[in-house]
Design a protein around this ligand. Structure first.
Ligand code: FAD
Length: 477
């Protein structure tokens, strides 16, 4: 009887333990990708990830073909799809790599017990995280709410395993099967094709992921520690969408960091490991708080006086707030499907604190527009910026977009790249165009309220309002 091998967020053939185990059985292998938007509580994949998924599946199909197997595409609730496949093929074994988003966990847990009940073999493997999210417990047996102690426990924990290689080949299954056509899933946007700029930055698939890792380790890791906060510098790895789709594993990254020639890059590698640790921490929080993307971790935030003005939200989404660093970030997101981490913090803070729009609206926009949209990192980060999360940032920390711009984009390369209507402004006024004298604006071709908006809100006034709103819920909490 053949083996059914499920693919979900693990679109790779290397370091894929479920795939490896399937090959080891010596049985014919039926690889199937399930687009599950039907099981209970599943959050549909956002628009930018749909674009990515289309291309990544194309790459996976090719890699599997080279190993001798044909990828089937199925859409529907996982349990139903698996049931039908078992009926059609008489397979007696189902293998997969574990997921850690709460609906995924529930679906797979039910699947495992259902298959077990029928006397079939169901086995799951690691791959998405270096350690299971329940491995680390505080002294009192709870979960970690703060990153630093989590990271200490993590660092003192077991060494992550080494990656496994791709199998030499898979025994093909030549019985009857059916597959959807990728084209029919209509994952790519049309009318308008808002993802047309994505391909310039990204190559979805395992090869693209390995190339990004190699380029980062060759060129950037040495200055990662110093420059990772500068959005105009390519100092970060840009591995996040590849990790989100499981085209590369954290094990492969961890292993690559042990290369002897990287020893000299000490500071960069340590810092980078810690960021991979933030990803693990985010999953640790999500695992222990399944509603992290929809509920305030700190329930006193349920009383927060959000303003939620629709026009303000739209101005933010379109990069038309009148604050250049915020607008540059939001436009980078729209044009490339990704935003630099520092600017994610600035734009999120602006939405929450300057505009007083519920963080969940920002989280949802990021979910839809990020190619790396991740159920754990996105929810954790938004709650962290709001101050409603487990590891609450001090509520009085309100990013000043002008100072952030001056500090992290002092030459204005980032703003000029994404807000071209300001590109001729002198550096001095680039982050504060409303302070530029009329003749300077004219020379630079900037018309405030014309080709670039006036600031949507006054920074000082918005800051005061935010402090009052935060003080109110503090008292209530
Ligand atoms: P690098 O600096 O090269 O880091 C390497 C890897 O470490 C990243 O690919 C990522 O997997 C992980 N990592 C780095 N920083 C963080 C972090 N703060 N939290 C969790 N993991 C981290 N990251 C996502 O992957 N998906 C999201 O949906 C997401 N939403 C975010 C929303 C907000 C409001 C903020 C402030 C941050 C968000 N992040 C998210 C975290 C971070 O911005 C991205 O992981 C990072 O910018 C990805 O770029 P990189 O791969 O070049 O990162």
């Amino acid at each position: 009887a053949p083996v059914v091998l499920l693919f979900r967020h693990d679109l790779r053939v290397n370091d894929n333990r479920a795939l490896y185990a399937a090959a080891q059985t010596g049985k014919p292998v039926i690889p199937v990708f399930i687009l599950d938007e039907h099981s209970d509580d599943v959050r549909p994949v956002g628009g930018a990830r749909r674009w990515w998924l289309h291309h990544s599946l194309t790459a996976l199909e090719t890699s599997l073909k080279a190993l001798g197997a044909t990828l089937l595409l199925k859409r529907g609730a996982t349990q139903n799809i698996v049931d039908r496949l078992l009926d059609e093929t008489a397979a007696d074994m189902v293998l997969w790599n574990r997921r850690y988003d709460p609906p995924g966990v529930d679906t797979d847990r039910n699947l495992k017990s259902e298959l077990g009940r029928r006397g079939l073999t169901a086995e799951s493997f690691d791959g998405h995280l270096l350690h299971e999210p329940y491995l680390f417990k505080t002294g009192t047996g709870g979960f970690y709410r703060v990153y630093s102690p989590f990271w200490r426990a993590f660092s003192a924990g077991p060494d992550p395993r080494d990656p496994v290689s791709a199998p030499d080949g898979l025994k093909p299954y030549d019985g009857p099967t059916t597959s959807d056509r990728l084209k029919d899933w209509q994952l790519l946007p049309e009318n308008p094709d808002w993802a047309k700029g994505f391909a310039a930055d990204w190559t979805p698939g395992e090869r693209g992921a390995q190339d990004k890792l190699a380029a980062f380790l060759d060129d950037a890791i040495g200055y990662y520690g110093n420059d990772r906060d500068k959005p105009a510098v390519e100092a970060t790895s840009r591995l996040s969408p590849h990790l989100a789709h499981g085209e590369i594993t954290p094990f492969q990254i961890w292993h690559a960091l042990k290369a002897p020639d990287l020893a000299a890059e000490g500071q960069g590698t340590d810092k980078f490991r810690k960021e991979i640790g933030w990803r693990e921490f985010s999953y640790h929080l999500l695992f222990n708080n399944p509603h992290l993307a929809t509920r305030n971790y700190n329930a006193s935030f349920d009383e927060f006086p959000w303003q939620n003005k629709a026009d303000d939200l739209q101005a933010w989404q379109r990069g038309l707030t009148g604050y250049p660093i915020v607008d540059a970030g939001m436009r980078q997101l729209w044009q490339t499907g990704w935003m630099h981490n520092r600017v994610r913090m600035i734009t999120a803070s602006f939405l929450i604190k300057h505009l007083r729009i519920d963080w969940r609206k920002g989280e949802a926009w990021f979910w839809d527009t990020l190619v790396d949209a991740d159920p754990a990192s996105n929810a954790t980060s938004w709650q962290w910026v709001a101050g409603s999360g487990a590891d609450a940032a001090p509520y009085f920390r309100i990013f000043n977009p002008m100072l952030q711009g001056d500090k992290f984009d002092p030459m204005g390369h980032y703003v000029r790249a994404f807000v071209p209507e300001l590109k001729n402004l002198p550096d001095k006024f680039l982050h504060v165009p409303w302070l530029a004298p009329e003749n300077i604006l004219m020379e630079a071709g900037v018309v405030l309220g014309g080709n670039y908006p006036h600031p949507l809100v006054d920074h000082q006034a918005a800051r005061q309002q935010a402090l009052i709103a935060y003080a109110r819920i503090r008292k209530g909490s």
